[in-house]
Design a protein around this ligand. Structure first.
Ligand code: 5AD
Ligand code: SF4
Length: 552
C-alpha cells in the first residue's frame, strides 16, 4: 500500500482557540496529523456546542427548561454544569419578586468579562424577566445576545442555533459589532449586534384568550417532549394550562405568561401515559390556576378539571401517583373535590394560596373572593377528604396593611391548619396595577417582622400536625439523600459520618421521601432506593421534621 489515506477529520475543543487535524493511515499505521489551523467559526456548526442553563422560579419554569433542553439536545447541543466550559449560557428567569431578578442581574454582571474575552459566547435570558424587561435588558447588559419570553419558547432552539451561527459568521468577518457588544454600551444601538435574537409576546399583544391550545404554536413545545425509559426519572411535570387570567394586582404572571390557554385533554392523557410507560411514578399536573381548567371541545362540550382528573386516572392505571398545583381557592367545584376523593391514585394535597386573611386586603389584591369563601372551601375539601393536606401562600406587608389585618393571616393559618405556607414580603413589580395605584408604604423592617411572625405561627401549626403523624404508616416517594448528606458530600472534610454499613452489610444513609400529602419524611435506607415508592412508619416528630423507619 502506498501513500497516505485520509481518515476522520476532527476538531479541537470548542471556544475560540480551536484547531483541526486529520487522522491519516498507511498500511496498518494510523497517524494523527495536527494542522493547528484555526477552524473557521462558520464550520464549527458541525461540532458539539456546550450549553449551560440555570433555572430560577416556579415548577412551570423547571418544565419549560426541560422541554427546551430536549429541543436543544436534539440540535446537537450538549449540557454542561460548568459555566466556564459553555459556548451558550441561558438563564430561565422569574419576575415574581425583585429578589429573583436580582440573582439574574448578578449572574449577568459576572459574565461581562467572559464575553469580552470570548466574543463567541452566546448569552440568553429567557422566561419571565425577558418578557417583563424586554429590550431594557440589552441596555443594562449589552453582552446579552438573546431574549425569549415564556410565550415564545417554541422558537428558542432555532434562535440559539441562529445566534451561534451569526456570531461565528461575524467573528469570521471580523465584525466590530460583536466586540463592541462585548465591551461597553457606548455607541451601541439596541438590537444592532448581528447575533441578537429576540422573541417576546409584548404585553400589549396578549395572545387571544379564546385561542384553543391546539392552534397555539406553544403546544408544539409540550408535544416535543422526549420521553425515554432510560432517562430513569421517577417524577415529572405535565402542563395542562398556560398563562393566567386573574390579574391579581401585585402579580406579573398575566403579563409575562399571557392569557389562560387550556391544552386538549387527549394530549395531556397521551403525555401522562407515555411518562408512566417509561417508568415515571409521580406526575404533577401544572397550571397557574389549575382547577380553572376548562377545555372546549369541537363538539361544544366543555371538559372540566374534575372530569380531566377522572379521565387521566382511568386512562393511566399504571401511574401510582397523580398530583397537581396550583389551585385557585374560588374555583373549586364539588366535582373536582369528588374526583380527588374517588380516584385513589390522586394525591390528597391542595396548594391553594389564600394570600391574605383580611377581606379589605384581598379586595385590594383583586383576588375575587373573601375569607368566608376561603373558609368554606377548606370546610368542603375536608368534608370530602378529612385527611386532605392543605398548603397556602401569603403576602405580608401589602400596601396599607394594618397590624390588625396582618393578625388575620395568623388566625387563618391556625384555623385552616395548613401543612405549610410559603410566606413572601410584598415586592412591588413594574407593570402591575398595584405599583401604579398603591404606594409601597410598609417599611422593610415591618415587612420582615411580619414575615418572621407568620413563619413562627406556621411552625407551631406544623409541629402540632407532625405530632399527629407519629405512629402512622405512610407511603413515601424516595426523593434522594437528605440535605445533611448532600452537605457532607459538598464538604468532605466535615467530620459528620452519614453513610454507614448496617449489620446485614447493606449500605445505609439518611434519605428523604415525600408522602402523598406532600410531607417530607427522613429515614435511614440504602441510597439505591431513590425513586421508589415504599411504606415507612413515622417514629418521631422533631420541630419541622418527621423521622421514620422502613416498614419491612
Ligand atoms: N410580591 C410578593 N409575593 C408575590 N407573589 C406573587 N407576586 C408577588 C409580589 N409582587 C407570591 C404569591 C404567589 C407566589 C407564587 O408568589 O404568594 O402565590
Ligand atoms: Fe398571579 Fe393571581 Fe394568576 Fe396566581 S392567580 S398567577 S397570583 S395573577
Amino acid at each position: 500500500m502506498g501513500g497516505w489515506g485520509s481518515g476522520v477529520k476532527f476538531f479541537g475543543p470548542g471556544g475560540t482557540v480551536t484547531f483541526w487535524g486529520n487522522l491519516l493511515y498507511r498500511d496498518e499505521v494510523f497517524v494523527v496529523a495536527l494542522f493547528l489551523r484555526p477552524v473557521p467559526h462558520t464550520m464549527r456548526g458541525i461540532m458539539k456546542r456546550m450549553l449551560y442553563m440555570e433555572t430560577f422560579g416556579c415548577q412551570m419554569n423547571v418544565l419549560d427548561s426541560e422541554l427546551v433542553l430536549g429541543q436543544l439536545h436534539a440540535r446537537g447541543f450538549e449540557s454542561t454544569e460548568d459555566r466556564s466550559l459553555a459556548d451558550v449560557i441561558l438563564y430561565n428567569t422569574c419576575s415574581v419578586r425583585e429578589h429573583a431578578e436580582q440573582k439574574v442581574w448578578s449572574r449577568l454582571g459576572e459574565l461581562r468579562g467572559a464575553k469580552q474575552q470570548r466574543p463567541g459566547l452566546v448569552i440568553g435570558v429567557i422566561g419571565c424577566m425577558a418578557e417583563r424587561d424586554g429590550g431594557n435588558l440589552f441596555s443594562k447588559f449589552p453582552h446579552v445576545d438573546l431574549l425569549c419570553g415564556p410565550g415564545e419558547l417554541d422558537k428558542l432552539a432555532a434562535m440559539v442555533h441562529n445566534a451561534v451561527i451569526t456570531t461565528d459568521a461575524s467573528l469570521d468577518a471580523g465584525s466590530d459589532a460583536l466586540r463592541l457588544n462585548a465591551g461597553s454600551t457606548a455607541g451601541m444601538t439596541v438590537g444592532s449586534p448581528p447575533a441578537r435574537q429576540v422573541a417576546l409576546m409584548g404585553s400589549s399583544v396578549r395572545r387571544s384568550s379564546t385561542l384553543a391550545a391546539a392552534e397555539d404554536h406553544l403546544e408544539l413545545l409540550d408535544l416535543s417532549r422526549s420521553i425515554a425509559a432510560e432517562n430513569d426519572v421517577a417524577q415529572a411535570y405535565v402542563r395542562i394550562t398556560r398563562g393566567c387570567d386573574k390579574f391579581c394586582t401585585y402579580c406579573v404572571v398575566p403579563f409575562t405568561r399571557g392569557p389562560e390557554v387550556h391544552r386538549p385533554p387527549q394530549n395531556i392523557i397521551d403525555e401522562v401515559k407515555r411518562l408512566a410507560d417509561a417508568g415515571v411514578k409521580e406526575v404533577t399536573l401544572l397550571g397557574q390556576t389549575i382547577n380553572h381548567y376548562a377545555y372546549k371541545q369541537p363538539d361544544g362540550r366543555t371538559i372540566t378539571f374534575g372530569q380531566l382528573l377522572y379521565q387521566i386516572h382511568e386512562a393511566v392505571p399504571h401511574l401510582p401517583r397523580l398530583r397537581f398545583v396550583t389551585s385557585f381557592p374560588r374555583d373549586f367545584s364539588d366535582e373536582a373535590l369528588q374526583a380527588m376523593r374517588d380516584c385513589a391514585r390522586v394525591c390528597r394535597y391542595l396548594h391553594a394560596p389564600a394570600q391574605h386573611g383580611s377581606n379589605r386586603i384581598l379586595k385590594l389584591m383583586n383576588r375575587g373572593y373573601t375569607t368566608e369563601t376561603y373558609y368554606d372551601f377548606v370546610e368542603r375539601a375536608r368534608g370530602f377528604m378529612p385527611d386532605v393536606s392543605l398548603a397556602s401562600d401569603f403576602i405580608v406587608g401589602f400596601p396599607t396593611e394594618t397590624q390588625a389585618e396582618f393578625d388575620q393571616c395568623a388566625e387563618m393559618i391556625r384555623r385552616c391548619r395548613f401543612k405549610n405556607s410559603f410566606i413572601f414580603k410584598y415586592s412591588p413589580r413594574p407593570g402591575t396595577p398595584a405599583i401604579d395605584r398603591l404606594a409601597d408604604d410598609i417599611a422593610e423592617d415591618v415587612k420582615r417582622l411580619r414575615n418572621n411572625a407568620l413563619l413562627a405561627v406556621q411552625q407551631e401549626v406544623c409541629i402540632a400536625n407532625n405530632q399527629e403523624m407519629v405512629g402512622r404508616t405512610v407511603e413515601v416517594m424516595v426523593e434522594g439523600q437528605s440535605k445533611l448528606v448532600s452537605r457532607q458530600a459538598a464538604y468532605p472534610s466535615s467530620r459528620i459520618e452519614l453513610g454507614w454499613t448496617s449489620a446485614q452489610g447493606q449500605r445505609r444513609t439518611q434519605m428523604i421521601g415525600r408522602t402523598r400529602g406532600d410531607q417530607v419524611v427522613v429515614f435511614d435506607a440504602d441510597p439505591l432506593i431513590k425513586g421508589q415508592l415504599l411504606n415507612v412508619r413515622i417514629i418521631d416528630a422533631k420541630n419541622m421534621t418527621l423521622f421514620a423507619e422502613l416498614v419491612a
